[in-house]
Design a protein around this ligand. Structure first.
Ligand code: NAP
Length: 248
């Protein structure tokens, strides 16, 4: 599981640990990753969770990832690519001189949300078990737009096309490929700390259920997609947003 040291990824890693699955937790910052491993171990007795500090936006990480996976002697039955980030926003009223900052935003968004997924999936394809599952993490922003000049939402939308292609490429091996597209989820680090109260109130007001998502809500869906009962679901983008129609 990439992006496993915080927010949705952490809750999802814990969900698999509770099912006695062996879980590899991947993120860049080693200390936070170690803290997450300790947290899961202390709340799930017997949890089999291992940390691996890697930058998944760097193709050079593939070798360490493969070496680690192969050292376990086990095939990968579920690959969840949760690593992602909202880039620093470009100026929404950019003039010609600001185009560079807009392009930087779009490139950062692509690197953080698309490259991280492609590196993990293509890097681990040879080690993915037949009948296994791939889950990518999109966003309501792919449908409704995002802040800044829109690079984040556009990057997430690119994952949708990739999911359909993967499902076709890998269907003959019984491998499913899907994306989860959450709405606003509280208790994550995605926005670099708590959202301003007014923005959070607005996002919650736009849900039909009148509340923000919880990382546990999203974790359950990732777990389902990788479990036996979810095996016939493939090539889908599953929206989970409390009935919201508003981008993040
Ligand atoms: N929270 C929301 O409201 C929301 C809504 C829609 C979609 N999503 C999507 O859901 C996914 C999880 O979001 P979240 O809210 O749980 O985010 P988060 O709390 O910020 O966690 C992001 C995780 O990804 C890791 N990460 C980021 N870049 C990485 C890289 N290059 N290589 C490896 N690990 C990396 C982070 O650890 P390090 O920084 O240590 O690497 C962290 O573990 C993201 O793809 C996000 O876009 C979230």
């Amino acid at each position: 599981m990439t992006g496993a040291s915080a927010g949705i990824g952490k809750a999802t890693a814990k969900r698999f640990a509770e099912n006695n699955d062996k879980v590899l937790l991947i993120a860049r910052q080693e200390e936070r990753l170690a803290r997450t491993v300790r947290e899961i171990e202390s709340s799930v007795p017997g949890a089999d969770v291992q940390p691996l500090a890697l930058d998944m936006s760097d193709a050079a990480s593939v070798k360490r990832l493969r070496d680690h996976v192969r050292s376990t002697g086990l095939p990968v039955s579920g690959l969840l690519c949760c690593a992602g980030a909202v880039p620093r926003s470009g100026d929404t009223d950019a003039d010609a001189d600001d185009v560079t900052s807009v392009l930087t935003e779009w490139q950062e968004a692509y690197q953080a949300n698309v490259t991280t997924a492609v590196v993990a999936v293509e890097g681990l394809l040879p080690d993915l078990a037949d009948g296994g599952s791939i889950v990518l993490y999109s966003s309501i922003a792919a449908y409704r737009g995002s802040g800044g000049t829109g690079g984040y939402g556009a990057a997430k939308a690119a994952l949708h096309s990739y999911v359909h292609t993967l499902a076709t490429r890998l269907g003959s091996r019984g491998i499913s490929a899907n994306a989860i597209a959450p709405g606003y989820v509280a208790d994550t680090d995605l926005f670099g700390g708590a959202l301003p109260a007014a923005r959070e109130t607005m996002l919650v007001r736009h849900t039909a259920l009148g509340r923000a998502g919880d990382p546990v809500d999203i974790a359950e869906l990732g777990f389902y997609l990788c479990s036996g009962p979810g095996g016939y679901v493939t090539s889908q983008i599953l929206q989970i947003n409390g009935g919201s129609s508003h981008g993040v």
